[in-house]
Design a protein around this ligand. Structure first.
Ligand SMILES: [Zn+2]
Length: 535
């Protein structure tokens, strides 16, 4: 009896002390996505980075060197959704920046929502942006559930989709850039009007100041030895410019749109992020989360391509800004914040650059619905057998094909033969073939992970490596090849040990890992696994 009482008391004490011990979590989680940042940018410019930005992240944090996007298409909307839902388009439903909707017969933009209005543009504008199309919860959603909605979750980027999809449907706010006024705006999905701190920020008209500043290189042009000469035939001049060379000016566009090409677009994004952290007083009570994305490296990147001085200078400047931001977070949160830095996708070297160096590279138009429909019409008498070629996928009108009495298999063979005759197209593959494991590993799985039963097409146009969708100029992304899918992933701060790993890690492992660190449930669609070596 006596021992029983003692045992009971001991258990009570143990229970009490356990109860009194609060669960450890950081004050703030900052997810940083650098749009179009290839993994190799960490090292291509390494020698010129300062000690406070990328080098500090690598020096003090944990780098997953072999992080791959594990689905196609490798585009912005899919990347931002996959990082924060821990799964690919097959599950989270974000199959592209745009896709074809069979029900309405129209193209859908990933965050367009006719049921909401834009907030922050004077009187609300009908038809706006929201995360409605996202089919999974996000890290932020799960954090909010876990803390009884004490945690606050905010998404910020110049691009709407890069702010909205990471934050998720249950987020407190997402803000993005308004080309017309140079302000940050939002949606009635989150709020009826902008918070006072955001109104004050917009009143400062920083975009109007920044857009007047020309872009000169940080150092003498001749010192940019990791890049090509400034003027190359495969660079695309900025809107309003004759040549793709320094000094770049941004004040000749409509409204404030050209600021998105300037490194000061990153500066403006960070200015607003700091204003949001202060305005919401993030990290004050429960663990809060900021999903921050830099859109400018992608927007400028498309014009100049990965080998241009512009990109080297962009990253040297971003490195400095990141360093200052980390110092600012240090002062505010001490060791009590967690950062992960990654990218939504990479980019191909300009085919013009590849050709100049006798490497395989070419430009090819991959969306070929119009040409194919003409051929099908001639051969089979169906005027519009292909409804759309959104995302280099062909959406077949199976009802019309069946009405015409044309065997689907025969028509598919015809389409595939036509496509395979195009020089830059490596293959054309039906979803049935992919489900049978037709493509080599790991590409087959990437197609499966990227294909959604309700939103994807029937035949995938597969470019050969080195083939850019479009011209030989500038760059783009979207394929399964490493230049598009090998991304940086660095963990830094709260509970993160220093180190690096070359184990192959999927982009969809990020969400599972953040959730493990925070002791919260994984997002509803998560298929990724925890990266255990970082803590
Ligand atoms: Zn892009």
């Amino acid at each position: 009896m006596k021992t029983h009482t003692l045992l009971l008391l001991a258990m009570l004490f143990a229970g009490n002390s356990l109860f009194a011990q609060p669960l450890e979590r950081p004050k703030l989680v900052v997810g940083i996505m650098v749009d179009q940042m290839r993994w190799d940018y960490l090292y291509r410019y390494y020698g010129r980075y300062g000690n406070t930005g990328f080098k500090r992240l690598l020096r003090e944090g944990f780098s997953c060197e072999q992080t791959m996007i594990n689905y196609v298409p490798s585009v912005t909307a899919c990347g931002h959704a996959a990082v924060y839902t821990g799964t690919g388009p097959a599950v989270n439903g974000i199959v592209g920046n745009d896709w074809y909707d069979r029900k309405s017969g129209k193209s859908v933009y990933c965050v367009y929502d006719s049921a909401v209005s834009t907030v922050g543009v004077g009187k609300p504008v009908a038809g706006g942006m929201s995360p409605r199309h996202l089919m999974s919860t996000t890290i932020g959603d799960e954090l909010r559930i876990a803390t009884g909605f004490q945690s606050r979750v905010v998404g910020i980027a110049l691009k709407d989709r890069a702010a909205i999809l990471p934050a998720g449907q249950g987020a407190n706010a997402a803000f993005w850039y308004d080309d017309a006024n140079g302000h940050f705006i939002s949606s009635t999905w989150y709020m009826d009007s902008l918070p006072a701190w955001a109104v004050a920020f917009n009143k400062e008209q920083r975009a109007a100041k920044y857009i007047q500043q020309p872009w000169k290189t940080l150092y003498p042009v001749s010192s940019y030895t990791a890049s090509t000469a400034d003027d190359k035939h495969y660079e695309v001049p900025l809107p309003g410019e004759d040549k793709p060379v320094f000094i770049h000016r941004f004040n000749q566009g409509k409204g404030y749109d050209l600021l998105k090409y300037s490194p000061l677009g990153n500066t403006l994004t960070l200015d607003f992020a700091k204003a949001a952290i202060e305005g919401y007083d993030l990290g004050r009570a429960a663990t809060d989360m900021l999903a921050l994305s830099f859109s400018t490296p992608d927007i400028a990147g498309h014009s100049f391509g990965p080998d241009a001085i512009e990109m080297e200078d962009m990253y040297l400047r971003l490195d400095k800004e990141l360093g200052e931001f980390l110092r600012w977070l240090d002062q505010r949160y001490g060791n009590d914040y967690l950062v992960f830095l990654t990218a939504d996708h990479g980019a191909i070297n300009s085919p013009g650059f590849l050709q100049d160096h006798r490497m395989p590279g070419m430009g090819e138009k991959l969306g070929r619905a119009a040409v194919l429909n003409e051929a099908i019409s001639k051969q089979w008498g169906i005027p519009q057998a292909i409804l759309s070629d959104a995302g280099s996928q062909l959406y077949l009108d199976t009802a019309a094909i069946s009405r015409a009495g044309v065997p689907l298999a025969g028509l598919q063979q015809f389409i595939k033969a036509q496509l395979k005759a195009v020089p830059g197209i490596g293959d054309a593959v039906s979803i049935e073939e992919i489900h049978n494991g037709y493509l080599p590993a790991p590409f087959n799985d990437m197609y499966i992970n990227g294909w959604h039963a309700k939103r994807s097409g029937d035949i995938m146009v597969v470019p050969a490596p080195g083939v850019k969708n479009g011209s030989i100029m500038g760059t783009t992304h979207g394929t399964m090849y490493p230049y598009d899918t090998h991304i940086p992933l660095i963990w830094f701060g709260w509970k993160i040990r220093h180190g690096s790993s070359y184990r192959s890690i999927g982009m969809t492992d990020i969400a599972a890992t953040v959730c493990a660190l925070l002791h919260i449930q994984m997002p509803g669609g998560t298929t990724g696994k925890v990266i255990t070596e970082i803590f």
